[in-house]
Design a protein around this ligand. Structure first.
Ligand SMILES: [Zn+2]
Length: 627
């Protein structure tokens, strides 16, 4: 059973990150000439910052039991988050989440639209979010456009503008709440972005705007009356609305929701209570109906382009996307063929206009291959890019897709004695980095962790969230710690609080918090500049902290020495502007004859793009000698 709070996007506990940078102005909705027929139905719109933020229970209640037309609008596609089911990030993760959202919406009976703002990473403030989304008016006007087109009678959102610390929501959530509040008025104001008004896109008066009430204090005297939605009501098939909504929520697999069960969802979250925030006039109050007093009215709507999940019929993906110059390249190529037919295909690796190599395949569902290109071949290629182009034909049709791999020069030294045991989880980055730089390593599967003589490894890497995803590592943790005591080195990468706290995995206590440093350019201070991790074999200099992406660190250990042992050296201090985060992003201690490092730096995101400083630090971590 998975504790709910750990995975749910409504809370600051969940990290959601993002890349690439904002693309303001990318939005031009293009309604088709026809307009939809205008049924006399009530209309509900749910606003969410990210996939999985929607209130499935309320959407399903109104669409399944009350015949209300329901829309679910998302500000982003959630591409900045962590992927709990695979190695895809950024755009590819956005595609996965788009599909998950569409699958969930099918169950809920709602129609989905994405406003198209980038998910750029966990954000602590609405101000930062608005600035990365092209300015507040670009956000507000885009939402207003959708309100004027889709004409909701009632708008609901889980995001508010009023919650304060410590429960204050993700900056993207705050921005969504603020925008919802202001759009209520602006959609009805003919002077606001009047260029939007044409055809079926008309000024529109929303009747009521509700914010979800999560906390008990929202119901205290003086607060507006609260409307509660009955999740225990049953649809025509006899299933409860709450079960339907859970089934939908579980579609968000890349957010770890698949294993969710009702009993793991806290009570306050299973209550669906709403506070009226704005209305166009007074309506009679009904404690169980958001629509009380609203009469259905005819609505003419333009037909807006709907998201289709954006899965191409034929595509090629290559990993890693960045390879070091001067080394052989080992590329895992996956050709995905969703046409349902076997195709006659080929893969060509191009550098500029010259062909480096060509391979032929019969592609069916999914064809994977490893393409290795010798260093001597690559050294003759001046171009810093390799283009891998897949083409295929069948049934008289041609398909084509390409992927660019970047070659970058990285001046990092690795110990030639390094021999790494890798306890791998869902992400490929650490393994690919080892392979790219020609470091000797071996994957530690269950049998090896249980029985192999670990002493041959100079370092054992525990990959992202290893103790959550590799129960064999948790089971044999005694052996791992014994390996350290007898002279080995463990490097443990980040975990989430629930994966770790109370389980005593580390030799001395480490207590994880939800603190993070989200500003990827936050100044970094080396507290122990002579420390071996910052000097051997690579000297980490101030420049090495430039050009990081998305964030510095996540789920930082507590600084308090009652919680995180003083035996750990605290190597680095960094904080978001105007805040103070614990200096615990890199911890290191001696244990017996060996050493134990805990890394909550978001190193893997930097290693994927071969950011030089991150590669140097990774090199230092895995170059520690056995004692
Ligand atoms: Zn969210």
């Amino acid at each position: 059973m998975r504790p709910f709070l750990r995975t749910c996007c409504y809370f600051v506990l969940l990290f959601l990150g993002g890349f690439p940078p904002a693309r303001p102005g990318a939005f031009v909705p293009r309604p088709s000439a026809e307009s939809s027929t205008a049924p006399q139905a009530l209309t509900l719109m749910c606003l969410s910052a990210h996939p999985d933020d929607e209130d499935g229970t309320t959407l399903a209640y109104y669409s399944k039991l009350r015949g209300v037309k329901t829309y679910s609008l998302f500000f982003t596609r959630g591409e900045g988050g962590q992927n709990e089911i695979g190695s895809e990030l950024y755009e590819d993760l956005g595609t996965i989440r788009t599909n998950e959202t569409l699958e969930a919406a099918k169950i809920l009976g709602s129609e989905v639209y994405f406003l198209g703002f980038p998910d750029f990473g966990f954000s602590k403030s609405a101000r930062e979010t608005f600035s990365k989304w092209g300015g507040k008016d670009s956000v507000l006007s885009r939402l207003v456009y959708y309100i004027r087109a889709l004409k909701p009678d009632v708008i609901i959102t889980n995001h508010d503008t009023v919650t304060t610390k410590p429960n204050r929501q993700h900056g993207n959530h705050q921005a969504a709440g603020i925008t919802a509040y202001e759009a209520f008025e602006k959609a009805a104001d003919p002077r606001y972005h009047s260029e939007q008004l044409s055809g079926e896109v008309t000024v529109w008066k929303v009747k009521k705007l509700f914010f979800r009430a999560f906390r008990g204090d929202s119901t205290q005297p003086g607060h507006p009356a609260v409307v509660s939605i009955d999740g225990s009501a049953r649809d025509s098939s006899g299933e409860t609305i709450e079960d339907l909504a859970l089934e939908a929520l579980r579609k968000h697999r890349s957010q770890g929701m698949e294993k969710l069960v009702l009993s793991s969802i806290p009570d306050f979250f299973r209550r669906h209570r709403y506070i009226l925030i704005r209305s166009d006039r007074d309506y009679p109050f009904d404690p169980h109906d958001l629509f009380s007093g609203i009469e259905p009215s005819p609505k003419m709507r333009p037909v807006l382009p709907k998201p289709v999940g954006e899965i191409p019929e034929f595509s090629v993906r290559v990993s890693p996307q960045y390879v070091p110059q001067g080394r052989p390249a080992h590329l895992v190529v996956t050709i995905i063929n969703r046409t349902g037919k076997a195709l006659d295909g080929s893969l060509t690796v191009l550098s500029g206009a010259s062909v480096v190599l060509t391979r032929r395949y019969i592609t069916t569902d999914r064809t994977s291959d490893t393409v290795s290109i010798a260093g001597s071949t690559l050294n003759r290629i001046p171009d810093s890019m390799l283009v891998l182009k897949a083409t295929a034909s069948g049934d008289g049709r041609m398909y084509s897709s390409e992927f660019t791999v970047h070659r970058s020069s990285v001046a990092a030294r690795f110990s030639p004695q390094a021999f790494v045991g890798l306890v791998k989880t869902y992400d490929d980055t650490h393994e690919e980095t080892l392979r790219s730089f020609g470091i000797r390593y071996r994957l530690l599967d269950s049998a090896r962790i249980a029985t192999e003589d670990l002493d041959s490894f100079s370092v054992i890497l525990l990959d992202l969230r290893a103790y959550e995803y590799r129960h064999d590592a948790a089971l044999h943790n005694k052996r791992l710690l014994e390996y350290v005591r007898s002279g080995g080195n463990i490097v443990c990468f980040y975990h989430k609080t629930g994966d770790w706290n109370g389980k005593n995995y580390s030799p001395y206590p480490i207590f994880l918090t939800n603190e993070r440093v989200t500003q990827e350019d936050a100044p970094v201070r080396e507290l122990l500049p002579r420390h071996l991790l910052l000097t051997l074999p690579n000297n980490i200099s101030p420049d090495d902290w430039n050009d990081w992406i998305q964030e510095r660190s996540i789920y930082l250990p507590a600084q308090d020495t009652d919680k995180t042992s003083p035996r750990y050296d605290r190597l680095l201090a960094m904080s978001d502007e105007g805040e103070e985060q614990p200096p615990t992003s890199l911890l290191w201690c001696r244990y017996g004859n060996g050493s134990y490092a805990y890394v909550s730096l978001a190193l893997y995101r930097q290693l994927r793009i071969l950011q030089e400083g991150a590669v140097k630090l990774f090199a230092n971590l895995i170059s520690q000698p056995r004692h």
